[in-house]
Each structure stands twice: as structure tokens, then as C-alpha cells.
Design a protein around this ligand. Structure first.
Ligand code: NDP
Length: 478
């Protein structure tokens, strides 16, 4: 179903063709698609508006069964989706298949959410009264997603929206439309009624603006600058927003850390999945006593990774996802060196058999917390080391950055771990675990400007995808 947008249960071609390239081999075209214009986006929003009331009233068990069916189809097609994801975004095949399975788990969990009771009952201060607080679907949800988790990220947004009785219009990143098309096919095959789910591809700003204007709620994941633009737009129509944005996540490594574990979690956070996780580790804040040993071990690990074609079974780290990000990464390293950072590992492009966007896992040392390289998100396989004296200075450095998404600490002291956990301003804190690696049954997200509005997934999903209604009932009168 290439080239297709999915609107009101029909596959629709847009007027503007575009193709996607394999980041492991720029000579390979992955897919040909089309972007629709404003009129079609409006039609998708209108279709969602028409279909939503019947979906909200759909038999609860039948709605849960459909979501469960989506999960089963995602599982059955995980190898195929994983391969497409690897070709489109550059994750290794096991990572791609793993992401498809994670998408399935999100729908499986959402199927359970459908049948969980929503609402609270209170005694009233007035005799003969009761008070009910119930939750109702928000209505039409606009979902806008980035390129770095092309199947899981749309899935957890769509699953949450559908579970609570909303209709959805999804606009995926223009870099990874293929996974979204496959997801739309699965949603259609699972029996979601026409109009309840729609997929549009289009220019970010033009499509986004129509979606924001016409939606009851916007769930957006992407860069903080884009997040600011969508929030400004949403303010005009007072569209409810949930934004998951950029990060500059810090891992603190204390003298008392288990060095093996610290190196394992730091290298995982910084370089696995090519560092293209919003929760990836970009700042390593290390106390003086362990600093030199830690840096030496990290540089060794960085140099040991096999960087290469995403579908090569030997590959541990795939390519950077697109040319724009690749160029930004290389420039980031040059800029960091210009402000005084030293290169302990990597720093540049890696040659391989195919013309891919391969970058060596990079470790910058001798940096200071206030430098640009420790303030701006790099979103690549790049981490900077900041040497500090003690936990107090480490906490200060970790919090001395506007981003507040994820943070972590490596320590064998429960007291130090708890001090850091409480003092960290990030939305998520990891103790002796990588800053990346999240679970779908608990709230996910950062504090502003890394996030805005109710957190995604887990118990807070209902906060965003529903509106609360408080009803006072005078039983005495009936
Ligand atoms: P972008 O912000 O560039 O794009 C995200 C999405 O927004 C894309 O679909 C894009 O469309 C669309 N878009 C672009 N401009 C507008 C606009 N004016 N109005 C509405 N939509 C618009 O992010 P990237 O795709 O580059 O993704 C990387 C970023 O995402 C990183 O900053 C990363 O930290 C963040 N991220 C955050 C996560 C979190 O949970 N906090 C998780 C994953 C990523 P198009 O592609 O067509 O331009």
C-alpha cells in the first residue's frame, strides 16, 4: 500500500511524491510515498470527528478485542516490520523487531485499559446527594511523531487514544512513513471502523497546523523547538496538549560506583541505538577518584563496537538515521572541540562496504557543565564527560541544563542514590541503570521544556485522553 494516506477507511494518494533512503545504504530507495495537502488533512480530521461518537459508544468488550487483535497482528508481523524499520531508520534488526514487539505490548495493555472502570463515587456534603467523577473521551486526537521510534511511538499514542474512545489522525515523521503505513494496514485489518483511525503524510508545519486547529487534543513527540511552535499554535484554539520533547540526560558516576556496571550502563545509554533515544545519555558527570579509570574503560568500549549496516547480523550500532542528523552530529563534535573538549574516542564518520551514514561512538572529555556541548541536545552517539569533586557538585551539574527528561546515577551507596533521586529535576531517574530504557505501564516523560502536559503511558494516559466530569446527584428528588 505504498504512497498511501489512510482517510475515512480509504487509501488515498496525495499530490506530492517523495521517497525515503536507507541510511545504511544511500543508494537504496526504501519506499515511495505521497504527501497530501491541507484539504485532505481537513477531510481526515472531519472523518475522525464523524466516527468518534460511535467508537466511544462501541461495545466495551468488542473495542478491547479489536485492540488486542492489533497487538496480535503486530506480533505476527514483527519480523517484517523490524526489517522495514531497520531499512528505514537504521536500527539493527534485533532492535527493529524488539520495537515492533513493544508496539504490540502497548496495544495489549491498552486493550486492558478499555475494560477498567473509569470514575469515582463520593459521598456528598448535602444530605440525599452523591457525587460522581467520571471520565469521557477527549474526542479527536492529533498525533504527531518523530523518526526515532517509528512503530512504537505512534503505537503508544494510538493505543491510548483508541482505548479511551477517541478517534485519531496520525502524522508520522517524513523520514519514516513506511512503518506508519504498515501500522495503518494492521489497524484496518483488525477491524477498526472507518474514520476512527486516519493517517496523513504532509509537510510538518502545514499539516500540523490544520491538525492542531481541528483537534480536541494534540499528542506530540519531537524536538523542543518544534514543541514550542506547536504549543504556540495550540494556544490560539486552546487545544489540550501533551508534548514529549528533547533531552540532555546526565548520568552521574560516583567514586563508590561498581566500575563494570557504571561502564555498562553509561555505554548503553550513550551509544546503543546510535544514541538516537530521547532518553540517551549525553552527559557523564564523574567524580575525580573514578574519573580516569572510567574514561579509559569507556574509550575502549567505544572503540570495540561494530558499526555498520543495520541488517548485517554482526552490527552492534547501525547508522545515523538521516543525512541532516548525520551532518549535525559531525558539526556538534567540531564545535565541542572548538570550545575545548578533547576527543577520547570516535568523533567522525566510519567507512563501510555501503554508502551509509556511519558514525563512530564518540566520547568527549575535559568538558564543563556550562559549555554548549553540555547544554544542546546532540541526538547522536556522542557523550561528554564532566569531571566533578563530589555528589554536591554532580547534582548541581546534572540540574544545570534546561532539559529535564531523564537522569541517572551509578553508586553502591543507597544514601547517595536517594539523595540524587530526590534532588534530580528530571522527570525520570534511574539508579544503577541506563538513562534510557522505559517501561510502558508507568508514566513516561520529562518536565518542561522536555515535556508539557500529562505524561504519556501508564496511569497518566487517562488524564490526557479523557476529560473529567463531576456530577452532583440529588437522589432525594427522584
Ligand atoms: P522534529 O521536532 O523535527 O519533528 C517531529 C514531528 O513534528 C515530525 O513529524 C515533523 O514532521 C513534525 N513537525 C515539524 N514541524 C512542525 C510544526 N511546525 N508543527 C507541527 N508538526 C511539525 O523532531 P525529530 O523528528 O527530528 O525527532 C527528534 C526529536 O524528538 C529529538 O529532539 C528528541 O529528543 C525528540 N524525542 C523526544 C521523545 C520524548 O519522549 N521526550 C522521544 C523521542 C524523540 P516532518 O518530519 O514532516 O517535518
Amino acid at each position: 500500500m505504498q504512497g498511501a494516506n489512510y482517510i475515512d477507511g480509504r487509501w488515498v494518494e496525495g499530490a506530492t511524491p517523495f521517497t525515503t533512503q536507507n541510511p545504511s545504504d544511500l543508494d537504496e530507495t526504501v519506499g515511495s510515498y505521497t504527501k497530501v495537502g491541507e484539504a485532505e488533512v481537513r477531510e481526515a480530521m472531519a472523518a475522525a470527528r464523524r466516527a468518534q461518537p460511535a467508537w466511544a459508544a462501541f461495545n466495551m468488550q468488542a473495542r478491547a478485542d479489536i485492540l488486542y487483535r492489533i497487538a496480535e497482528l503486530l506480533k505476527a508481523r514483527a519480523p517484517e516490520i523490524g526489517k522495514l524499520l531497520s531499512r528505514e531508520e537504521g536500527k539493527t534488526l534485533p532492535e527493529g523487531i524488539g520495537e515492533a514487539l513493544r508496539a504490540a505490548q502497548c496495544f495489549q495493555a491498552a486493550a486492558g485499559d478499555v475494560i477498567r472502570a473509569q470514575g469515582e463515587w463520593y459521598n456528598s456534603m448535602r444530605d440525599g446527594f452523591n457525587v460522581l467523577v467520571t471520565r469521557e473521551p477527549l474526542g479527536v486526537i492529533a498525533a504527531i511523531t518523530p523518526w526515532n521510534f517509528p512503530i512504537a511511538l505512534p503505537s503508544w499514542k494510538i493505543a491510548g487514544a483508541l482505548a479511551y474512545g477517541n478517534a485519531v489522525v496520525l502524522k508520522p515523521s517524513s523520514f519514516v512513513p513506511g512503518c506508519a503505513v504498515m501500522l495503518a494496514q494492521i489497524i484496518e485489518d483488525a477491524g477498526v471502523p472507518a474514520g476512527v483511525f486516519n493517517l496523513v503524510m504532509g509537510d510538518g508545519r502545514a499539516t500540523g497546523n490544520v491538525m492542531i486547529d481541528e483537534a480536541d487534543g494534540l499528542t506530540f513527540t519531537g524536538g523542543t523547538a518544534t514543541g514550542r511552535a506547536v504549543l504556540t499554535r495550540a494556544a490560539e484554539t486552546m487545544t489540550k496538549c501533551q508534548l514529549e520533547l528533547g533531552g540532555k540526560n546526565a548520568l552521574v558516576v560516583l567514586d563508590d560506583a561498581d566500575l563494570d556496571l557504571a561502564v555498562e550502563i553509561a555505554s548503553n545509554g550513550a551509544w546503543i541505538q546510535t544514541g538516537q533515544r530521547c532518553t540517551g545519555t549525553e552527559r557523564l558527570i564523574v567524580t575525580r577518584g573514578i574519573h580516569d579509570a572510567f574514561v579509559e574503560r569507556m574509550a575502549k568500549v567505544a572503540g570495540s563496537y561494530r558499526v555498520g549496516h543495520a541488517l548485517d547480523p554482526e552490527t552492534q550500532i547501525g547508522p545515523v538515521a538521516n543525512v541532516q542528523q548525520f551532518n549535525e552530529n559531525l558539526q556538534f563534535v567540531i564545535d565541542a572541540q572548538a570550545e575545548g573538549a578533547e576527543l577520547a574516542a570516535g568523533g567522525g564518520a566510519v567507512e563501510a562496504r555501503t554508502r551509509g551514514l556511519y558514525m563512530a561512538p564518540t566520547l568527549l572529555t575535559g568538558t564543563r557543565a556550562e559549555w554548549r556541548c553540555n547544554q544542546h541536545e546532540s541526538f547522536g552517539p556522542i557523550a561528554s564527560v564532566i569531571k566533578v569533586e563530589d555528589l554536591d557538585e554532580a547534582i548541581h551539574a546534572a540540574n544545570a541544563c534546561e532539559y529535564k527528561l531523564s537522569s541517572g546515577i551509578a553508586t553502591t551507596s543507597l544514601k547517595n542514590a536517594e539523595r540524587f533521586r530526590k534532588a534530580s529535576k528530571a522527570g525520570m531517574v534511574m539508579v544503577n541503570a541506563p538513562t534510557a530504557g522505559l517501561e510502558y505501564h508507568v508514566p513516561l516523560g520529562g518536565r518542561s521544556p522536555s515535556g508539557y502536559g500529562a505524561r504519556e503511558t501508564g496511569s497518566t494516559a487517562a488524564e490526557f485522553f479523557t476529560e473529567s466530569k463531576t456530577s452532583y446527584i440529588n437522589h432525594g428528588a427522584v
